[in-house]
Design a protein around this ligand. Structure first.
Ligand code: SAM
Ligand code: SF4
Length: 366
């Protein structure tokens, strides 16, 4: 059974959306106000409070749904330097961003990432989080805690060692589990990210929920998205999460989770009292929630993507390297946000090998 908390549930600024619905350009004064706003707001009235920062496109794993077996990575000289990343992050914070997620590729493989995090940790009231594959977590957990990282997402698509090795093309699950234990022992709250995959974990998802509950880890299940060209059609990997969600609603009382800081965005999160954990569903294919999207993504080469499912981006690296001052960079961020699309169209790209967008998730930063 699903119970809804009272209130807005933290998703959309409905007042703004209503005023903009139908003819979003009808009110030019509103348009001007939004474009000049000190916070980052798009033309649909959504405020961006959350930035995902990909610090590298490299990774020590090759998950079958994320990368090709043989990947050509970007030349290191093309990456934004940590100074450039820090400058952009600080401007985002000035403009109302309250959550910065380090991701990749695998963020913990870039040398110097911990110093970068330490420098970002000076921003008070900003939540610093990370998505990691966990292979180096045992080594870095203490450093993360020292930088004020209180919550991390760890990707783990199977609890079966052989299957994990197959999905990640060679990963060692034992190392990941040890890293998670170390981090949890230091008080870092863990959320396990599981991409639902046909023939891999579709029948094991409920077992994974129980496994997470036993350890006090939250869990988010994710539908596979058509990002980047793959050797097969995405349909061959896809599992809809609607069935799992319905099964959970039959078996457990589930409370729609209150807004967690500013992070709810396009996921559905529930608290399951009998298990004591939150369980989330990211269902961009079977039921998308673009209307609540509060995030943008900065790639490791400085492309700012305002939607995961669109090609349109803004080249922040060129701007930074042209010597632009902060005012010019702020204006560029506002303009980029103004053109944030209303939503993605992943569904049309499930039966083709090319993705909805040409880049893999590891480039955009998942
Ligand atoms: N390497 C880190 C990790 O695996 O957690 C961070 C980067 S990874 C790209 C971020 C998240 O994106 C992971 O949870 C991963 O499972 C997810 N992901 C990657 N490719 C995906 C795809 N095509 N569809 C859905 N999720 C994907
Ligand atoms: Fe690497 Fe994460 Fe992509 Fe897996 S999902 S290949 S761990 S970047």
């Amino acid at each position: 059974m699903i119970r809804h908390e009272s209130g807005r549930g933290g998703m959309v600024d409905t007042r703004d959306l209503k005023s903009l619905a139908g003819n979003r350009c009808a009110s030019s004064s509103l348009a001007v106000r939004t474009r000049n706003s000190r916070v980052l707001r798009d033309s649909y009235g959504r405020q961006v409070t959350y930035v995902r920062v990909s610090v590298t496109d490299r990774c020590d794993l090759r998950c079958v749904y994320c990368m090709k077996e043989r990947m050509v990575f970007l030349p290191k000289k093309d990456l934004l330097t940590f100074e450039e990343l820090e400058r952009l992050c600080s401007l985002f914070v000035e403009m109302g961003v309250r959550k910065l997620r380090m991701t990749g590729g695998e963020p913990l493989v870039r040398r110097g990432v911990m110093d970068f995090l330490r420098r970002l940790s000076v921003h008070k009231g900003v939540e610093l989080v990370m998505t990691t594959n966990g292979t180096r977590l045992a080594e870095y957990a203490e450093g993360l805690r020292a930088c004020g990282v209180e919550r991390i997402n760890v990707s783990l698509d199977s609890l079966d060692e052989a299957m994990y090795r197959q999905v990640t093309r060679g990963g060692d699950m034992g190392r990941v589990l040890a890293g998670m234990e170390k981090a949890a022992g230091l008080g870092i709250k863990i959320k396990v990210n599981v991409v639902a995959l046909r023939g891999v974990n579709e029948h094991a998802l409920m077992d994974m929920v129980y496994w997470c509950a036993e350890r006090g880890y939250d869990m988010t299940m994710i539908e596979v998205m058509p990002m980047g060209e793959m050797p097969m059609c995405r349909e061959q990997q896809f599992v809809s999460l609607q069935g799992v969600q319905a099964q959970m609603a039959r078996e457990f009382e589930m409370e729609v989770a209150a807004k967690q800081g500013c992070s709810s965005g396009p996921a559905r999160r529930y608290f399951v009292p009998s298990l004591g954990i939150h369980v989330g569903f990211i269902t961009p294919l079977s039921a998308h929630f673009c209307e609540g999207c509060n995030r943008v993504r900065l790639t490791c080469v400085g492309q700012l993507y305002t939607c995961l499912g669109h090609e349109g981006s803004c080249d922040m690296r060129a701007l930074l390297r042209s010597g632009a001052d902060d005012g010019v960079v702020r204006d560029a961020l506002r303009r980029a946000l103004w053109s944030k699309p209303q939503g993605h169209d992943f569904a049309s790209f499930m039966n083709v090998r090319s993705g909805a967008v040409s880049r893999h998730m590891s480039v955009t930063g998942g």
